[in-house]
Design a binder for this molecule. Structure first.
Ligand code: DGL
Length: 271
């Protein structure tokens, strides 16, 4: 039993898609979230940069919020820094790529799975590796969609013009005849409707967040660190970017008032 918070990290608001599911499913758990908007997009950064940023964020959440486990709620950071953080931290660390892969393999009937993600995640081959480990017969068709993350961060995801961009960027994957499509970037569930409209109702969209929350639950149980005490949980949010922008997306997505605190990169670097 532990009342400590679960830490969530992402380059921006994307990780809120995982945090939201955790808030719904793990109702006693306290949550501490950090979005590194000042250094977004992670999808265009090097492995070394992503590892360094991820470790800084983890150290901040451990020192300031005393988190009991870390969820890398970012596919790009999971692809490049999951094992690095697991090797360097004393708390359990989980990512989203293994959960997303399990969910996709469980769903596909045709063994043709699509992946849309950042260029970094696609280039890393992390999903392909993970999926092949689970079922070598599954073929993975990947597409980098670097224009989607800024559209979510800038709240342009409801714009009708956005559908044109989505249709255009998914035109290749739409020819690959997949029956399952992984939303391999945590920002993408926020624009899920646009993506579903583009790929059609016959393609099942996989949000790795659901399976991730199942794995979080199991880690909490296996390590005997669940919070069994029924009381109102606390949620704290930090952003290295503009808190007003963060709060706008967060309030709407989470359906409650979020007051994110600003954190400078200098503070993160000095830890
Ligand atoms: N949300 C992040 C992901 O899941 C990445 C966004 C970015 O490029 O910073 O990959």
């Amino acid at each position: 039993m532990s009342k400590k918070a679960i830490g969530f990290m992402d380059s921006g608001v994307g990780g809120l898609t995982v945090a939201k599911l955790a808030i719904q499913e793990l109702q006693n758990e306290n949550i501490a979230y950090l979005g590194d908007e000042a250094r977004l997009p992670y999808g265009e950064k090097s492995k070394e940069e992503i590892q360094q940023y991820s470790l800084q964020i983890a150290n901040f959440l451990i020192k300031k919020e005393d988190i009991k486990m870390l969820v890398i709620a970012c596919n790009t950071a999971t692809s490049y820094a999951l094992s690095y953080l697991q090797d360097n931290l004393l708390i359990p660390v989980i990512g989203v790529v293994n959960p997303g892969s399990i969910a996709a393999v469980n769903n596909t009937k045709t063994n043709r799975v699509g992946l849309i993600a950042t260029n970094g995640t696609v280039k890393s081959g992390a999903y392909e590796k993970e999926i092949k480990k689970i079922n070598n017969d599954v073929e993975v068709f990947s597409q980098g969609c670097p224009r989607f993350v800024p559209m979510v961060e800038n709240q342009e995801f409801k714009d009708s013009k956005t559908q044109i961009v989505v249709d255009n960027d998914l035109s290749t994957i739409n020819k690959d005849d997949v029956d399952t499509l992984i939303l391999g970037c945590t920002h993408f569930p926020i624009m899920r409707d646009l993506i579903q409209k583009s790929v059609g109702d016959n393609v099942k969209l996989i949000d790795p967040g659901h399976e991730t929350v199942k794995q979080i639950k199991k880690i909490l149980q296996d390590n005997h660190i669940e919070n069994n005490e029924v009381s109102k949980p606390t949620y704290s949010f930090y952003t290295t970017g503009n808190p007003d922008n963060f709060n706008k997306v967060a309030n709407e997505w989470l359906n409650f008032e979020v007051h994110a605190k600003h954190l400078s990169i200098k503070e993160l670097e000095e830890l």
